[in-house]
Design a protein around this ligand. Sequence first.
Ligand SMILES: [Zn+2]
Ligand SMILES: [Zn+2]
Length: 250
Amino acid sequence: MKESLTLWGNAAAHFIFPEVCQVCSERRAGPDEGYLCADCWQNVRFVEEPFCQKCGLRFEGEINQAFECSNCKEISLKFDQARSAVHADEFLREIIHRFKYDRARFFGNFLGGLLLRKAGPELAGGGWDEIVPVPLHSRKLREREFNQAVQISGYLSESTGIPLGRNRLARVVATQTQTRLTRKQRTENVKSAFSLKREGDVEGRSFVLVDDVLTTGATTSACAQVLKKARAGRVCVWTVARATFSPQLF
Ligand SMILES: [Zn+2]
Ligand SMILES: [Zn+2]
């Protein structure tokens, strides 16, 4: 099945969706607002400093030079740094869930727009060579019919002018879901899940890995490791949302 990269055109969206907020169904909102009304927009919480310089985990209070966050203490992350645009609170998780699993692909522009707002200025003029989406395993891609990371990456690529390397990586192992795993188990689970699909032009080049949500960073770290093994230069990670890993669940 061929995956469509094209975002819903506004004209098509107008035709298919009524101009009503797709979250509250109460107030007017069209494609220009990402199908979210002004009231629902108020729920979006952008990630602001202070956060861990390595993995982007937000924390309270002052940082000193030797600061190592609770996430980075437990997991050896292979990317140079990770950042996220917004907090993956209940409000955002619901939208991402509908985007991924309920075919609410019209949220792609909203989610891509959130990422662009934070990542755009940071990436501008940074000499980045390629945006690489975290790939799905082919079986999952068949089930879901599209890879949310590809759609979001496409939006970021078109908006920033950084080329999209949609076939740079492949997910060669269908890993079990990470939800119920500890940090160490997550790392182990995805350790050998990715491989380089297109080998040329990696050495010394700078990559931006993109996904929808980052929790511990285990998945994007495994992707970064593949690129670094092929002698990539810088590898940074940008995700739309940052979730907080909750070990108390286990
Ligand atoms: Zn609304
Ligand atoms: Zn960290």
